[in-house]
Structures are given as C-alpha cells and as structure tokens.
Design a protein around this ligand. Sequence first.
Ligand code: GLV
Ligand code: MN
Ligand code: MN
Length: 414
Amino acid sequence: MTDSGSAAARVLARADELAEHSARTDGIERSYLTPQHTRVNAISAAWMREAGLRSWPDAAGNQCGRRTIDDDDKPALLLGSHLDTVPGAGRYDGILGVLVAIEVADRLRDVDLPFALEVVAFGDEEGTRFGATLLGSRALAGSWNDAWLDLQDTDGVTLREAATTFGLIPENIHTAARPRHSLVGYLECHIEQGPRLEALDRALGVVTTIAAAERRMLSFRGEARHCATPWELRHDALLGASEAIVAIERIARDQGSPATVGRIRVEPDAVNVIPGFAEWSLDLRDGTAAGRDATWGLIRHELHRIAVERGLDLEVTSTHVAPEAPCAPHLRDAVAAGIGSTGDADPVELVSIAGHDAMAMAELTEIGMLFVRCKGGISHHADESVREEDVAVAIDALEAAVRHLAAQHAAEQG
Ligand code: GLV
Ligand code: MN
Ligand code: MN
C-alpha cells in the first residue's frame, strides 16, 4: 500500500471508530457537550499527539492541536472541521476533515513552515442540540454570545448546565476566541454533501463560496377545540402550518433558494383535539444574503396571508443568520494547486450550499475549502460514503495546498 493509501485506510478506520461513540445504537448521534463529545475529544487528542501535535481542549470544548516544533507566538494556519453530528448521521460529515487534517499535520510534523500549523476539531457545527449553530467555531472566531447559555435542549437542559457538566466554565467560553493576528488562515476539507463531483467524475473540488443561511422558528397560534367543532369555527394551527410549509417549498423552488422544514411540533398533540399551536423550523439558504432575504420576504408575505385567512397569530424567531462566506482567492488558489498536484489540472469549482465551520471562521480570518466526492451526494444519513482512493488524494491535496501556501508566504516575506 502507498503512504497515501495507508493514511486513507487509517482515516476510514478512525471514522469507523468515532462512529461507535453515539448517543443511540440505531444510528450515529453526537451532540455538543455530551459524554460522546468528551470521548471523541479524548480519542482525537491521542491521534493528534501521535501526529506530533500537542493537544488541548479550548474553553468552548473544541479539541485543538499544534505542532510541537512551532513557537507559541508564531501565527498559525488552522486545518479543521467538526466532530459533532446530526441525529441519524453518517460517519464523515465534519469527521473526515478532522482526520485528514491530522494526517496532513503528521506528514508535515518536521517540515519548516513560515507559519505554525494547527488542527482543530470543533465541538459544535450542526447546532442540533441547542438550536443555535456553529457554536464551537463561533467561540474560536470570537463571535460567541453569552445569551446562548440560556438556550435549552429538548430535555430542558440549558447550555450553561451542559457546559458545566462537560467541565467548562460557561462564563469563560468566550475566552476560546483567538486574536486575529494569531492566524494566517483556515483550511477545511469536507465531503461535498451534493452530487456534482460524482456527476463530473472528479474526486475533489475547490469551494468558491459558502451560501448565506438563516434559521428561524415559525409558529401559528390558533384555538384548540373539540374535533366536533364545525369547519367555520376552527382556527387550526396545524392546517395553517401545513399550508405554509407547502408554500415555502413553492416559493423557494421558484427563487432557487434551498429551504428545509425539518422540525414540527404541535400542541396539544392529541388525536381528537384541533391543534391550537404549531411550531416549525425553517432553514433557508441562497448563494447570497440578498437572494436569501428576497426569498424570505416572499415567504413572510405568504405566512401573513395564511394567518389572516385562517385567524391565526404568527410568530417568527431568528435562531441563526450568516451571510455568504467567500473563500479567499489565494486560499482557493492553494486548494486548486493542491488538487492540481494530484493530477487534476483543472479542478471543479463549487458553491457550498451546506454550512461549515469555515463560515464562522470567515469572521476572523481568510478561509479556503476542499471538497471530497461522496457517494450519491448523500449526507446527514447513515448511507454517507466516501471512496478510500478519494480520501488518499484529499490528504495529498491538502498537504500540497499547505506547502503551496508556505511557498507563497516565504516568497512574500522575502
Ligand atoms: C450543516 O451541515 C448544515 O449545512 O447545516
Ligand atoms: Mn452536517
Ligand atoms: Mn459538516
């Protein structure tokens, strides 16, 4: 087996090992500040140490690693992604990027670079436990908001309580923030989570921009009544929500903005009671914040119309908002050069509809992303799958991208 081949095999075996650390046995679920999070941090810390990094958990529960040969005051290039998952996840979303980064750090452990090299395994990218998203990367990027400490999970546990149980000091989470001058950039390797690379028969792609996103909780309040109530006296919140959700699909399709309603809750949730309350989530994305906002404007107009027609009260709460995050031209070039070194001289460029830690990092430093083909474009599902040979070229490409950047920096420094 070639060196790349054995490294790729190790990455896949490690992804299998991390998949064992799940809150459920019928699929993978690993959320922020859970016992599973503690365990995968400890395991990845050991792998970081084997790769020649010293490793520490930061104040937000991100597991970090830095080459032992790098001085503390040297600005660093960060390679990373996340170890948390959605419920019913696959084993590569986020995880692949952390494991590939560890392999690259291992290969470069003794290489003289004009910057320090770090790996970071973020604790929360998915945001499925507390509603707000990118919590780990936002803490490191300096955009942590202490108001999030009062957010609750579905069991009523607050983020503050979960952080304390995890061993963090809630009031200190914001100290995970890195100073701007301490970084030279952030590079993330991630599965594509779409079908385009597979359709184009390419293993790897260069990300140009990460789409703008916004998440909201929407609700209609009507009147809970006996199911004998005649139609003309009903104010059924679930019928309103159903009409709204179908309208969201129609409008978002017309506008070309991916929209997802992934969660719905009804009260009182009984077979013979007209639902008096319905609450549902909306995740809305678009290549630009302006496009996203235009689509939301049309959706909001329709929600108001439905509310008036059905005699319902509408409430809208924003839980996450992120503008589009363009990748920096020189980091795009570095990723393209990295892919070029693997034999693909004209790499495919892709906009990422999926969100990534890089979005949060873009507020702090320049970002670049490398995408890896995944089978059928399937992600957020147990069938997520990558080819070993694609992982092998991803490791080669990310290493070459770092070396390309190093040469660029060295040339600039003269
Ligand atoms: C994360 O996977 C997201 O795109 O929401
Ligand atoms: Mn994901
Ligand atoms: Mn991800």
